[in-house]
Design a protein around this ligand. Structure first.
Ligand code: HEM
Length: 411
């Protein structure tokens, strides 16, 4: 056992047992961030804060929510919304945060794509981020089921039914996932377990992994410049802060991030107090009824693009299902599909720039048409947008390989 000296204070006492000073150095005061980044690099910390808001508001709701098909709807719409003091506020905070976190995730993801932050040593940052995206999607889906309203029930029916398309085991798998022939009590309780225990634990572990993956390659910067972090850190530590190309994570970088988070939170609470309805579907204020199919079933806005890819192939549900499967994993493959060695913002890579904005425009079209009934001309627009989405990812390796040739293979 190591020798322990009489501690000079609380910090010293903790330091002897947990090496807190070294930990703070490695994680905060000597973790280096490039100077040439903009407010878009604050999205990561904003996501972390939003996750904490979801976690805490979720704990509040959990005290009154009842995971039982007979009780769930009233426990939310009557007990939490009408009877418990400020229950409505926690529910609005939770619902708005769940919706807004996807907007910030998409911005964070597309900033990564725009600046090429998923390659040249940063592949694991990207992969851990995409895993977070997938688990967050499962978390949102399982949470949407809990109020046991009409949309909860029918979204659960439609999404679990998708597994039926898997050859051989599909139909049995659907029953196994639901724990019944239709979404029922067993379905609600298992999705409740996923939503409040298993998935949050996985998310917390993935956030830790995501932060760890940032440690060695460091975050990218606005120009894609390769920075010698050790050399620049020496300049910073020697007091030459103006010349150094890096700043410390704490207090320099985080204090600016906190400013961005505060501005963001003003907008967030404005939505919570005055426009919370955008995060709640009116149809979900009717209790679940397995005998009454709503005329038009659609998911929350953040799933609409992939839902439209699923529906886009209206003439073949098998093709639609395959396209939907591809759409859900394709972003994970970005480091493989972008063949170019150039790490630079898209506006310095002409072909990639066009590709990037076409992708964004196509995702917006898919999102809009995902909400509309898939009839008449809508079905054709959905089909064209779905094909364009897949086509863009077929094109990506080709245009980036070409870019590589032009640059002579150098970054
Ligand atoms: C709750 C979810 C997430 C949290 C808390 C989180 C947090 C962070 C933080 C704090 C950073 C460093 C600062 C910054 O660049 O913003 C970061 C960087 C990064 N994240 Fe995330 N992130 C999350 C989800 C994602 C997702 C879904 C992706 C998409 C694949 C992603 C991809 C990246 C990439 C590529 C970087 C590096 C950016 C760069 O090098 O410039 N993250 N993340």
């Amino acid at each position: 056992m190591a020798e322990f000296k009489e501690a000079t204070g609380v910090v010293d006492w903790l330091d002897q047992r947990l090496a807190v000073k070294k930990f703070i150095k490695v994680m905060m005061t000597e973790y280096w961030i490039p100077k040439n980044i903009n407010f878009l690099w604050a999205m990561g910390v904003t996501l972390l804060i939003l996750f904490l808001v979801l976690f805490f508001s979720g704990l509040m709701l959990l005290m009154y929510y009842k995971p039982d098909t007979q009780l769930a709807f009233d426990s939310v719409n009557q007990t939490i919304m009408q009877e418990v003091a400020y229950g409505w506020l926690w529910r609005h905070v939770h619902a708005v945060a769940a919706s807004v976190i996807f907007l910030v995730i998409y911005i964070h993801m597309f900033v990564g794509i725009y600046y090429g932050s998923f390659k040249r040593g940063r592949e694991m940052i990207w992969v851990s981020g995409m895993l977070l995206f997938m688990i967050f999607s499962a978390e949102a889906f399982s949470g949407y089921m809990l109020p046991w309203g009409q949309m909860s029930f029918w979204a659960a029916a439609v999404i679990t039914n998708l597994f039926g398309g898997i050859p051989l085991i599909g139909p049995d798998l659907v029953i196994w996932i639901r724990g019944n022939f239709i979404p029922a009590d067993a379905t609600l309780t298992r999705f409740f377990m996923l939503h409040v225990v298993l998935l949050p634990v996985v998310i917390l572990s993935l956030i830790a992994l995501h932060f760890y993956t940032l440690r060695f390659p460091h975050v990218n910067n606005e120009t894609g410049e390769v920075i010698d972090f050790d050399k620049e850190a020496e300049k910073y530590k020697a007091g030459n802060r103006k010349e150094a190309k890096v700043v410390a994570f704490w207090p320099d970088f985080l204090s600016k991030d906190i400013f961005v988070v505060c501005v963001f939170m003003i907008g967030f609470f404005f939505l919570v107090c005055f426009h919370y309805d955008f995060a709640m579907d009116p149809i979900n204020f009717d209790p679940a009824d397995s005998l009454k199919t709503p005329p038009h079933i659609y998911p929350e806005w953040y799933f609409l693009w992939s839902y439209e890819v699923l529906r886009g192939f209206f003439f073949s549900s098998d093709l639609g299902l395959m396209a939907f499967g591809v759409a859900n994993v394709i972003f994970l493959l970005m480091p493989l599909l972008d063949r170019s060695k150039v790490v630079a913002p898209a506006h310095k890579r002409p072909a990639f720039f066009v590709w990037f904005w076409l992708l964004v425009a196509d995702l917006i079209v898919l999102t809009i048409y995902g909400k509309l009934p898939p009839t008449g001309v809508n079905a054709y627009i959905g089909f064209v947008a779905s094909i364009t989405f897949l086509g863009l990812f077929v094109l990506l390796p080709i245009i980036t390989a070409f870019e590589n040739k032009k640059a002579g293979g150098h970054s």
